[in-house]
Design a protein around this ligand. Structure first.
Ligand code: ADP
Length: 385
């Protein structure tokens, strides 16, 4: 839309509730010129998001990469929830900011901070194109049967209760990078992407198009995560309220912040859980086993959804680093055409690599995600078009 773009640099901003992460990338060669994080917003010297973004601007300026640089083509903002309104990267206008604010009830923890980051960045450089890249967007292609919950339609529609999915930027990037690793066009490859970070989600991607994902209305659904329960019988909530006398907010905190690996064993870091399993700690072992069982169920489900699976890609902190999780998740599945090579799986590395045997019909891979690069690419593509 803006043929007059001169620079090739994109500043990516990820404004969370208490931190702002940033990266400056040069899209001419994909290089990373700067990255950093301003933390503990609201405590101590960084009073608010405005102060945090000013600090980002100062850190960049100190390195000769200031926001006033003519090389800067655009700012790309990560926005968690795009609802059904935003299914593509979107050039930010006043109207777009208002629409993102309207989605706050769907993502009360995330969208307000994203909006604040956008407003402050626009105030700093009103003339610069700024783009919102939504975590939900890649999943907008899910067919209705995957996106719908089986509840009364009128009620669901009135309150926007449907499955949106998250981590979409990562699932998009990793599904394409997996096809590239296989030397095939993404349109020919069916992939199950397992994004296993502190938050975790799986997706079924047919020929580059998302057809199902494990997170739903919010990031709570699906896999066992660091501190989130993932799937559970919704009646557990009624039970905790009626029998346990817990309020809705208490249950929300329980399921989002005190459950998952942390709730099962007191630790949410897979490294620590691995260490404790080495000491035969039963709670750590149980947490690991529940995590793996859920993961395997999704692999089975998405195999059925896709019909033919060409690749399974592990990504994010746990997926990229834990050979034990990958081994346990893929164990005993030769009937599915899945065979992991123990030696390949044990090799550590920073680049995308295959860990399956030569005989494995399904390619199993470790594919490091790069959400910032993906946000920058989508941003630059839009403003340079
Ligand atoms: P986030 O969801 O916060 O972006 P990451 O993708 O960075 O999370 O993943 C963070 C998680 O990765 C940590 O909580 C930890 O459990 C896991 N992790 C990081 N390094 C390792 C490792 N070497 N072995 C096992 N797990 C690891």
């Amino acid at each position: 839309m803006n043929g007059s773009v001169n620079g090739s640099r994109v500043l990516v901003l990820n404004s969370g509730s208490s931190s702002v992460k940033y990266q400056l990338l040069d899209m001419a060669d994909g290089s990373r010129l700067a990255s950093g994080i301003v933390e503990r917003i609201g405590e101590g010297p960084v009073a608010d998001h405005s102060a945090a973004l000013k600090q980002v601007a100062e850190e960049l300026a100190a390195r000769g990469l200031g926001l006033d640089s003519p090389e800067l083509a655009a700012v790309g903002h990560r926005v968690v929830h795009g609802g059904t309104r935003f299914t593509e990267p979107t050039l930010i206008t006043d109207e777009v900011v208002e629409e993102i604010e309207k989605l706050v009830p769907l993502a009360p923890l995330h969208n307000p901070a994203n909006v604040t980051g956008i407003k402050v960045a626009r105030a700093l450089r009103p003339d610069l194109p700024q783009v919102a890249v939504f975590d939900t967007a890649f999943h907008a292609t899910m067919p209705e049967e995957a996106a719908r919950y089986a509840i009364e339609r009128e009620t669901a529609d009135r309150y926007g209760v449907r499955r949106y999915g998250f981590h979409g930027t990562s699932h998009a990037y990793v599904s394409r990078a997996t096809a590239a690793l296989l030397g095939r066009d993404v349109s020919e490859v069916n992939t199950i992407v397992l994004h296993l970070g502190n938050g975790a989600s799986a997706s079924a991607v047919r020929g580059g198009v998302c057809v199902d994902t494990s997170m739903g209305l919010t990031p709570l659904e699906g896999l066992v995560m660091g501190t989130r329960s993932g799937d559970l019988d919704p009646a557990a909530i009624f039970h905790l309220a009626r029998v346990g006398g817990m309020s809705i907010d208490e249950i929300d905190t329980l399921l989002n912040k005190r459950s998952g690996l942390l709730g099962l064993c007191g630790d949410n870091d897979m490294r620590e859980i691995g260490r404790r399993m080495g000491e035969s700690d039963p709670a750590a072992q149980l947490a690991f086993d529940v995590y793996i069982h859920r993961l395997r169920k999704y692999v089975g489900a998405y195999t059925a959804v896709l019909g033919r699976v060409d690749a399974i890609a592990f990504t994010a902190g746990v997926g990229e680093n834990s050979a034990a999780v990958r081994e346990a998740a893929m164990r005993g599945l030769p009937a599915f055409g899945i065979e992991v090579d123990a030696v390949r799986n044990a090799v550590r590395g920073a680049s995308a690599r295959l860990i399956s045997t030569e005989a494995s019909r399904v390619a199993v891979a470790v594919v490091p995600t790069d959400e910032e690069l993906e946000i920058a690419s989508q941003t630059f593509e839009l403003v340079a078009a």
